[in-house]
Write a protein that binds this ligand. Structure first.
Ligand SMILES: [Zn+2]
Length: 257
């Protein structure tokens, strides 16, 4: 089974039908992350049509200021969500430093809840890697997926020592830095993602499709000197190990590989 541990199915809009067809045809288990409350509600609707889709709730750091004043209103969505994402800090794409306090407040609120509810968190960190790591440690967040890591080596190494998992995505096809990271990570901490449909679009101008996950696998296998099949099995096993006894994993566990 292929694993897309970070995508945004709600954003496919009119090409959603096509995306879901690919997901089914190629058996791509897809963790559909949310940016805010409307996108979560949309992801829940989509997931009701496919047992290969897991809808997860989070407030993206870009949207933190909009929600910082009403965090308790989100508790129901946090509680029902099988994992938490996309959450984190972004001091790179967000230039207004006045918004950073809001980002931290929202991120910490979600980390506190995730820690209490023992949920996996899917974390965005851009230009704020050290601080993101400090906060994850502060809340004893044990199960962490770092999405699309592109930051400094020393923080990456510390996160690896901490046993965090990492999604490798479409940028591995283009960027030497990401290729080096993909070669460095211990195989047991590697997951794959597309961040579609926007991930590929931001790099190539073309809207991504779920099938891009195969290109990511192919490149990862090439970098690590192994076969696509071995890489697919490794990523599949990694998600099962990380998921532990979580009920959402039933579908992933049921698939042989
Ligand atoms: Zn994302």
């Amino acid at each position: 089974m292929l694993i897309d541990a970070h995508c945004h199915l709600d954003r496919y809009e009119e090409s959603l039908g096509h995306a879901l067809k690919q997901i089914k045809q190629h058996q791509i288990f897809s963790i559909s992350n949310s940016m805010d409350l409307p996108s979560y509600k949309q992801n829940v609707k989509i997931a009701a049509t496919s047992d290969l889709v897991s809808p997860v709730f989070g407030i993206h750091p870009w949207n933190a200021s909009e929600y910082v004043g009403c965090l308790e209103d989100l508790d129901w969505a946090i509680s029902e969500s099988p994992m938490i994402g996309e959450i984190g800090l972004d001091y790179y794409f967000v230039n207004e430093t006045s918004r950073y306090a809001d980002q931290r407040k929202v991120f910490e609120y979600f980390l506190r809840a995730a820690s209490r509810q023992k949920k996996i968190v899917i974390v965005h960190t851009k230009g704020a890697e050290s601080e993101t790591f400090q906060l994850l440690k502060k809340y004893n967040t044990e199960r962490v997926i770092i999405h699309w890591y592109s930051g400094p080596w020393h923080v990456l190494k510390a996160m690896v020592e901490h046993g965090f998992y990492f999604t490798i995505g479409v940028e591995v096809l283009f960027s030497q830095h990401i290729q080096e990271i993909a070669g460095y990570l211990p195989v047991e901490l590697i997951l794959t993602e597309t961040d579609n449909p926007g991930g590929n679009e931001s790099l190539t101008g073309n809207v991504g499709t779920p099938l891009l996950i195969k290109d990511v696998i192919k490149k990862l296998a090439e970098i690590r000197g192994t076969s696509d099949q071995i890489m697919i099995a490794a990523v599949h096993n990694n998600l099962i190990r990380l998921g532990g006894d979580d009920p959402w994993l039933t579908m992933v566990r049921a698939s042989g590989g």
